[in-house]
Design a protein. Structure first.
Length: 477
C-alpha cells in the first residue's frame, strides 16, 4: 500500500470510529473507581485550601488530574446522591426522597449493570444506603420496612461487596450503637461485630477488602469497576489514638480531623495498589462527597467547613450540595488542572457510558450528560440544567450561572454571588418564571418515572405514593 493510501485509510477508519461510537475513547475499557466521602465539607480538603487537616494523599491524587471547583452532589443528604451516582437519574424517579427512604429498584440500569455487561469485574465497598441488606432487620428498625426495601448490592450486579446498610462509627465500626442492626455484610454474609478485622479505622476496614478485589482483577487481566463509599466523616465521629495525637490542642475537633486523615491514608493505599498492579495508568477515578457537613455550625466533633458557602447538610444552598471533587485519568485528563465548570454526580453514568461505548436499551430519561470534554477543558458549560429536591419539601434548579430555590423564590447569580446573599428574584421575574416552569416540567417527567413508566411491564410498584412538587410557600393558619 502506498503512503498516501495508508494515511487515507487511517483517517477514514478513525472517522468511522467516531461516527459509530461518539468519542475516540469509546473502544477503551479503563478501570473505573468511584470514591466518596460521607458529610465531607467543601472546605475540608487541602486541594480546596484547607491548611489544618492532613489530606496529603487526596491532594497528591487530585494533582494527577483535574480539581472540580464547582461540583454538586445529587442532594444535600446521602441516599439520594448515591442513587444519582449509579444511575445518572434524579433520585425521585425511584422514590429515594431522602436518607433511608425507598431503595434502588432492580429495574434501574446502573453503572454496575452496564460495566458487567461490558466484561468488568464489579465491586462495592463501604456504605450502601440504597436499601436494606436483610429482609428481617435494619439499622432503622421496623419502620424501614426491611423486607419491602431489601435491595443489597449482591442482587444489584456486584460480583463482590463488603457493605453496611448505613453509617457506622469511624473507629471500631463493628461496635457501638450505630452497629445495632447494621452489620457489615461480606458477599451477603453478616460479619460478627466483634471480629478483629473490624477494629481500628473504618476506612482501613473497608479498603482491606477492596485491595484484594483490585489485585484479583489485575491478575486475571480483567477490567474492574469498584465503588468505595467511605463512612468518614459521618457520625458517629471517632478517631484512634494515633490520629488524635496528630491534632492535639483541637479538643473534640481532633476526632473530626483525625477520621478524615485516616480516610485519606486509605485513598493513598488504593493508589499504591493500582500502581503495584500496573493499573493506575488505565484507571479513571472520581472523588467527591455525598453532601455538605453535618450540624448548624462547625462545633464539637462536627467541625466540617464550607469555605464560605451558605448552608450545610440538608440545605439546598451551596454549602449543602457543592462538594470537594476531582477526576483522574492519566493521559486523558490533564494533570495539575482546575476546572470551574458546573458539574454533578448525575454526570458519572453518561460519561462512563460514552467512554466504554454503552448504548442504552431503551429511552428512559438520563438526567446527567457526558462531560468528558469538559473534564478535558474543551467545553465550559453543561447543556442541561441541574435539578434538586430535598425530602419532597424544598427544590432548586441551576441553569447556567443562575440558581433558583423554591418555594422561597430565591434567585442567585452564582458567578458573582458565591455565598448566595443577593436575591435577584424581584429583579428578574421573567427568568424566575422560566426556571420555575422548567423545574415543574422536569418533575412531571419524574412523576411518570416514579410510577414505573420507564420500566417494561406493569409489575413494578413504587414503595411510596408520589410526592408533588411544592413551588409556593405554605400558608400559615
Amino acid at each position: 500500500m502506498n503512503r498516501a493510501r495508508f494515511f487515507g485509510t487511517v483517517v477514514v477508519c478513525s472517522l468511522l470510529g467516531l461516527v459509530l461510537h461518539g468519542t475516540a475513547f469509546s473502544n477503551e475499557r479503563p478501570n473505573v473507581i468511584l470514591i466518596m466521602a460521607d458529610d465531607l465539607g467543601y472546605g475540608d480538603t487541602g486541594f480546596n485550601g484547607n491548611t489544618l487537616i492532613n489530606t496529603q494523599h487526596m491532594d497528591r491524587l487530585a494533582e494527577r488530574g483535574v480539581v472540580l471547583t464547582h461540583f454538586y452532589s445529587g442532594n444535600s443528604v446521602c441516599s439520594p446522591t448515591r442513587a444519582t451516582c449509579l444511575t445518572g437519574r434524579h433520585h425521585d424517579r425511584m422514590g429515594i426522597w431522602t436518607a433511608n427512604a425507598g431503595h434502588l429498584p432492580n429495574e434501574e440500569i446502573t453503572l454496575a449493570r452496564m460495566l458487567k455487561e461490558k466484561g468488568y469485574a464489579t465491586g462495592h465497598f463501604g456504605k450502601w444506603h440504597l436499601g436494606t441488606l436483610s429482609k428481617t432487620e435494619s439499622s432503622k428498625g421496623a419502620k424501614r420496612k426491611p423486607a419491602l426495601n431489601f435491595a443489597p448490592p449482591w442482587l444489584r450486579d456486584y460480583d463482590a461487596s463488603f457493605v453496611t446498610e448505613s453509617a457506622v462509627s469511624t473507629w471500631d465500626p463493628g461496635l457501638g450503637k450505630r452497629a445495632i442492626g447494621n452489620p457489615f455484610y461480606e458477599n451477603g454474609v453478616a460479619v460478627d461485630g466483634e471480629d478483629e478485622s473490624l477494629r481500628g479505622g473504618a476506612a482501613r476496614v473497608v479498603v482491606d477488602r477492596m485491595v484484594p478485589f483490585i489485585e484479583d482483577a489485575a491478575e486475571e487481566g480483567k477490567p474492574f469497576f469498584t465503588v468505595c463509599w467511605f463512612h468518614a466523616p459521618h457520625e458517629d465521629i471517632a478517631a484512634g489514638p494515633e490520629y488524635l495525637k496528630m491534632y492535639e490542642g483541637h479538643a473534640e475537633g481532633a476526632h473530626y480531623y483525625g477520621c478524615i486523615t485516616e480516610m485519606d491514608e486509605q485513598v493513598g493505599r488504593i493508589v499504591d495498589t493500582l500502581e503495584k498492579t500496573g493499573q493506575f495508568e488505565n484507571t479513571l477515578i472520581f472523588f467527591c462527597s455525598d453532601n455538605g457537613p453535618e450540624g448548624k455550625e462547625a462545633k464539637g466533633r462536627r467541625m466540617g467547613v464550607t469555605d464560605g458557602l451558605r448552608g450545610r447538610k440538608r440545605a439546598l444552598h451551596d454549602g449543602g450540595v457543592r462538594v470537594p471533587a476531582f477526576a483522574v485519568w492519566p493521559g486523558k485528563i490533564e494533570a495539575g488542572t482546575r476546572n470551574d465548570s458546573i458539574l454533578t454526580t448525575l454526570d458519572y453514568f453518561p460519561t462512563i457510558a460514552d467512554i466504554v461505548g454503552y448504548e442504552m436499551p431503551d429511552d428512559r430519561p438520563i438526567d446527567g450528560e457526558n462531560v468528558l470534554d469538559i473534564l478535558q477543558g474543551e467545553r465550559e458549560w453543561r447543556s442541561k440544567s441541574i435539578p434538586f429536591r430535598f425530602s419532597s419539601k424544598n427544590s432548586s434548579i441551576i441553569r447556567g450561572k443562575y440558581k433558583l430555590l423554591l418555594p422561597e423564590h430565591e434567585l442567585y447569580d452564582l458567578s458573582k454571588d458565591r455565598a448566595e446573599r443577593k436575591n435577584l428574584a424581584n429583579m428578574k421575574p421573567e427568568l424566575v418564571s422560566e426556571m420555575k416552569k422548567e423545574l415543574a416540567s422536569f418533575f412531571e417527567s419524574v412523576e411518570k418515572s416514579h410510577a414505573g413508566g420507564d420500566y417494561l411491564g406493569d409489575s413494578y410498584k413504587p414503595v411510596d405514593k408520589w410526592r408533588p412538587l411544592r413551588t409556593e410557600p405554605q400558608m400559615k393558619n
